[in-house]
Design a protein around this ligand. Structure first.
Ligand SMILES: NC(=O)c1ccc[n+]([C@@H]2O[C@H](COP(=O)([O-])OP(=O)(O)OC[C@H]3O[C@@H](n4cnc5c(N)ncnc54)[C@H](O)[C@@H]3O)[C@@H](O)[C@H]2O)c1
Length: 380
């Protein structure tokens, strides 16, 4: 079977996430990067395209020229899937044009800058029967997938409490200096969207909570911190969450947690046990059971579920990390493209991106209204 032809928007040599997508897309030999627009600066764009071996004629100046030229090619040559890896404010206009022109899309989170934009994209995707993934990368770790499967199989019983915390410290030295702040697009509402911290990392925690438990968060109460009166974007937040009156918990996110790197910790408590996992040490899943010794599960071992084992490429003891997690999401997208729609958790769907945007908007609303409880989805 020939490889699927991939295009990329953004993710140039100066970016954080570009290299992750390029490596991840090639990991299962399912995609070939054939074109894209990697940088808005034409010189940088061409130089980068050349460096990574893209044919000159398929390094496009912008999305419009990509669409026009690709649509003029035969179906057997045309790009089939486009990954959108630009700053947040470009996700919606780019994804919309791609959908309208029948390209499948892999889009970075947060999906858009508003909930209504996200809903609009979801409607368009449904009409067109396209594959649309939103890269909540952490759901791709093999041992996270094991945690999901074990929770589903009842390993810790009925879930009664969750505690997810994503703490970074990189904005701490920047936020103190108003001039430095201007150099970071995540702190600019015109580019980052409504929220910095919750949009950037709180949304990962929200998605993970729903991915692992298979349940939907119903209500939230948020308390955000902007730290300085002249800073427009949240840099820290604590959010109480309720799945139901029975199951409650907390999502904490911060980018001013001094000296933290990417400490994303997940704790899920059931009626007879709990799971603990930390992104900085992603190959260890701690399973605690009442009255029994702790168990530590590691990827690639035969005692794991098929869902987890299919997400491992190496024998046990070879660490699998962030690149591998993204690789598994690309693998899920390839499966969906080859076999039709699937909803088994092997890639995060557009609906997860839409819920992420709903969460961000409602968190801001709760905080603005004096830290009030808010129902997330009025239709449920
Ligand atoms: N899934 C994850 O774990 C994860 C991690 C990091 C970033 N992200 C997301 O990825 C996106 C990009 O983040 P980043 O940290 O890589 O940003 P970045 O600023 O490091 O890189 C952005 C890239 O987009 C390019 N770009 C900007 N405007 C463009 C345009 N009009 N056309 C083409 N290219 C353009 C820039 O040249 C640059 O190469 C964001 O939405 C962010 O939230 C996700």
């Amino acid at each position: 079977m020939s490889k699927m032809r991939l295009g990329i928007l953004g993710g140039g040599g100066d970016s954080l996430i570009g290299i992750v997508h390029r490596i991840a897309s090639g990991m299962f030999d399912e995609f070939e990067l054939v074109g894209g627009c990697f940088n808005p600066d034409p010189i940088e764009n061409k130089a980068f395209g050349k460096k990574i071996g893209i044919k000159e004629k398929r390094v496009y100046e912008n999305l419009e020229s990509l669409i026009e030229t690709e649509l003029s090619l035969s179906k057997s040559e045309r790009i089939q899937v486009v990954s959108v890896l630009t700053p947040n404010f470009l996700h919606y206009p780019m994804a919309k044009k791609l959908i309208q022109n029948n390209f499948n899309v892999i889009c970075e989170k947060p999906l858009t800058t508003t909930y209504s934009e996200a809903q609009e994209l979801e409607l368009e995707v449904k009409k067109k029967d396209l594959v649309f993934a939103v890269t909540y990368t952490y759901t791709g770790y093999p041992i996270v997938r094991e945690m999901k499967q074990m929770i589903k199989d009842g390993a810790i019983g009925k879930i009664q409490k969750i505690d997810l915390q994503y703490y970074q410290g990189w904005i701490n030295p920047i936020i103190k200096d108003p001039e430095l702040r201007k150099t970071v697009w995540r702190l600019d509402p015109n580019k980052g969207g409504l929220s910095c911290c919750i949009g950037d990392i709180g949304t990962h925690a929200f998605n993970m909570a729903e991915f692992l438990t298979g349940m939907r968060i119903d209500k939230i109460l948020a308390d955000l911190n902007y730290l300085y009166p002249d800073n427009e974007m949240d840099v820290d937040g604590t959010i109480l969450v309720r799945f139901s009156e029975y199951c409650k918990g907390v999502i904490r996110a911060s980018q001013i947690a001094t000296a933290e790197e990417n400490s994303f910790t997940v704790q899920i408590y059931g009626e007879n046990g709990c799971f603990k996992w930390n992104q900085e040490n992603p190959n260890y899943l701690y399973h605690l059971m009442e009255g029994k010794p702790i168990q530590i599960l590691k990827p690639g071992n035969p005692y794991l579920s098929t869902f987890s084992l299919k997400s491992s490429k190496l024998p046990p003891g070879h660490p699998e990390g962030f690149f591998d997690a993204m690789g598994n999401i690309y693998n899920g997208v390839a499966k969906a493209l080859n076999e039709g729609e699937i909803s088994d958790g092997s890639y995060p769907s557009i609906n997860e991106g839409v819920r992420g945007m709903m969460f961000i908007e409602k968190v801001l609303e709760s905080n603005k209204n004096g830290n009030k409880w808010i129902k997330l989805d009025q239709n449920l």
